[in-house]
Design a protein around this ligand. Structure first.
Ligand code: 3HC
Length: 678
């Protein structure tokens, strides 16, 4: 087999080049090639300096994740990098694309780093439930200081080249189109000078002088890292860089890395990494199908949902025509969009000129005729089949042929909506999640007649606007809401049977969700859909409304809220629930947290199994992607289906039976066969 690494001589500079598509992952052959290349350079007196660069779209994007969990094959990355750093000839990393994880560690082991302006550098291992494992946690703080290293190692977000230069991680920004030549010239300038070794750097002394940096960082990031093991280990590893000599710090890093690698969190998060990528692939659709060109998008409805949807496209530089029925609703909608952008700018996440540019792409209208030349129109009107059909019939008349017509419905039958048009092949569901400009998930609902190019275009467009998209079939609630429904049913039954509603919320919080169903109800508003007649009380929610408990907005819902929006359980609400249970003849009893957890989560797995069996999701991992991105299912458990695998499907079936809950044939069959979903 030919090596993915080749070397080219430019007089006294040896250029080591990796060509390992798609992302130059540091698999065994790459490591071997790198080691050989460095040895070639060090052993040849005619070579005075070395440049390491990559072909293709990116510098090394990290260790090869597909090798994880398999028997290690030498040379390993740390020893390859140590050999590289140890030499006396200057070694320069020439970076384009993304130098991530092990790739960033390669760069750190080089004596110098040059990068093109569009390059990004980062240590995203925490996103895989890991920490850097090739001395990144020890070299980085010695180069950039603890204060700059902590967010990179603990949060894992890559930084642009300019920032990397500002903190001292990159020595020079070079021409976007002249990386190799500039890197060779830079390397030549370093010949004869003593080489700076990252492992001997002293920038980490900021953390020696001020050890409080670590606790302060943890406190600032507490909410983001709650429940995850890796960020804690990442802080410990960087701290070790300030407390121990380099070699001892490396040992500590290895110990923490190995511990995480064998844990369930990393297995879950690596599963998620591949799940997110698998979700892009659409069954029975040729990925080479020509796409529909989307130059202009129409959105019907300028309410919260329509406005949020529009923002996705505006932010990506795609013009949007937004339509409302009445001028005041249109003005209100565009006003909200402008305010949202201003808020983002105030937080420093957008430049004023970017806000102006995005707003300049918005075209508000009251006239359907203005949608005629849109390539995609997304309907986000009231959730009612007759209304939707009317809208689609009108769209069919006005919008040019060949354009995609999408509904943002969260439950309704896309096939029925499509039949209101003469082009059902161009109709599909694009189900955004609220707030639509923030939430990552997009369910792409494939109708019976939806064309391949319509699906593929929607999938590509989703990526362009920063969404994680999953294809769902036509069924009530698609994937996400369909699975939410049995959980909600159990939550309501549990409180009638005596579980305290705050315990139901706490069980989900402890599991890792950001909030439970009753907190969520308070946040959304208990009075959504209320008939406003206090004399007609048939549900707990109606009773709360009759008692003027509307949720967070008036300071009381299921919970009482103080001025800082801190919640406390309410005796009044507990009495209302007990009263309801008495009237319905439901006996209340103490219910354990284990029972609450099983009754909330096991029926979701059962529903997920049915969704799979009916082909409403293409693969179990797609369901995990939906729940992690749309509903706050904790990433470190890998999503509901992966989590079910770790619990054991036989345990889930036994739990459902114990609580008298339905078990689908498919789930039972898989459990009996000792199979997993993923
Ligand atoms: N190992 C193996 N395969 C990888 C990979 C890796 N590190 N990174 C990406 N791939 C694969 C993907 O699975 C995908 O495969 P597919 O085409 O079969 O689905 C293909 O490469 C292309 O990836 P993307 O679709 O993600 O391509 P993008 O252009 O959108 O993104 C990227 C490129 C930003 C590099 C993104 O792939 C990425 O973030 N990769 C992971 C980076 C990472 O986490 N690195 C750290 C690894 S752990 C490590 O290095 C440990 C070390 O400290 C010892």
């Amino acid at each position: 087999m030919t090596s993915p690494i080749r070397t080219e001589r430019h007089d006294d500079v040896l250029v080591i080049i990796s060509d390992n598509p798609p992302v130059n992952a540091l698999g065994q052959a790459v490591r071997q090639g790198l080691k050989d290349g460095v040895e070639e350079a060090m052993g040849d007196d005619a070579i005075k300096a070395v440049v390491i660069r990559c072909d293709g779209r990116t510098f090394f994007a990290g260790a090869d994740i597909t090798e994880f969990g398999k028997p290690p094959q030498g040379p390993n990355l740390p020893e390859t990098l140590d050999a590289m750093e140890a030499g006396d000839k200057p070694v320069v990393a020439a970076i384009h694309g993304t130098a991530l994880g092990g790739g960033c560690e390669v760069a750190l082991a080089c004596h110098y780093r040059v990068a093109v302006p569009s390059a990004k550098l980062g240590l995203p291992e925490v996103k895989l439930g890991l920490i850097p494992g090739a001395a990144g946690t020890q070299r980085l703080p010695r180069v950039v200081g603890v204060e700059a290293a902590l967010p990179m190692v603990v949060n894992g977000n890559p930084i642009p080249a300019a920032k990397a230069e500002a903190i001292g991680l990159v020595d020079k920004i070079v021409g976007e189109d002249s990386l190799e030549a500039d890197a060779i010239a830079f390397a030549r300038e370093q010949i004869g000078k003593p080489v700076p070794r990252s492992s001997e750097g002293t920038a980490h002394e900021d953390g020696v002088k001020n050890p409080d940096l670590f606790d302060e960082f943890r406190a600032r990031n507490a909410r983001k890292i709650r429940g995850f093991d890796a960020p804690d280990a990442a802080v410990k590893a960087v701290k070790a860089a300030t407390e121990r000599p380099y070699a001892e710090g490396v040992k500590k890093e290895r110990e923490l890395f190995t511990g995480l690698m064998s844990g369930t969190q990393s297995a879950a998060m690596r599963h998620y990494f591949f799940a997110e990528r698998a979700a892009n692939k659409i069954d029975n659709v040729d990925p080479k199908t020509p796409l529909i060109d989307i130059q202009k998008v129409g959105v019907i409805g300028a309410g919260t949902m329509g406005g949020g949807i529009a923002m996705n496209f505006l932010s990506a530089g795609i013009p949007v025509t937004i339509l409302e029925m009445k001028q005041d609703a249109l003005d209100r909608g565009t006003g909200v969009i402008a305010k949202n952008y201003e808020r983002t700018a105030k937080k420093g996440r957008m430049k004023p000129e970017q806000v102006e540019q995005a707003m300049g792409l918005l075209n508000p209208t009251l006239d359907y005729a203005d949608l005629a030349d849109c390539d995609l129109v997304i309907e986000a009107v009231y959730e009612n089949m007759d209304v939707k059909k009317e809208v689609f019939a009108k769209l069919d008349e006005t919008v040019k042929q060949g354009a995609i017509l999408a509904s943002n419905t969260s439950y309704l039958n896309i096939d029925e909506i499509a039949q209101a048009t003469k082009r059902p092949g161009y109709v599909l569901g694009l189900h955004f999640f609220s707030p639509a400009n923030v939430m990552k998930l997009l369910e792409i609902v494939r109708g019976a007649e939806t064309r391949d190019d319509v699906l593929l275009t929607s999938m590509k467009l989703a990526k362009k606007i920063g969404k994680v998209a999953v294809v769902a079939g036509v069924c009530d609630g698609f994937i996400g809401n369909r699975m939410l429904s049995p959980r909600q049913k159990q939550a309501n039954e549990l409180i009638m049977e005596g579980a305290k509603y705050w315990e139901v919320d706490d069980v989900l919080l402890e599991f890792g969700f950001p909030m439970g169903p009753f907190q969520m109800a308070d946040l959304a508003g208990i009075d959504i859909g209320w008939h406003r007649d206090p004399s007609k009380v048939t549900t707990i929610r109606e009773a709360l409304c009759a008692a003027e408990r509307f949720g967070q907005k008036n300071g009381k819902g299921f919970y009482d809220y103080d001025e800082a929006r801190q919640r406390t359980p309410s005796e009044e609400v507990q009495a209302i629930i007990a009263d309801f249970a008495r009237k319905e003849g439901t006996e209340q009893r103490d219910i354990s947290k284990d029972e609450i957890r099983e009754r909330l989560l096991y029926p979701m797995v059962n529903e997920g199994a049915m969704i799979l069996d009916e082909g409403m999701a293409q693969r179990a991992s797609d369901i995990d992607v939906v729940w992690i991105n749309g509903y706050g299912w904790p990433l470190y458990t890998g999503g509901p289906m992966f989590w079910a695998d770790t619990v054991g499907l036989d345990t889930i079936v036994a739990g459902l039976e114990k609580h008298g809950l339905p078990v689908s044939e498919y789930l039972r069959r898989k459990a009996e066969a000792g199979e997993r979903f993923n």
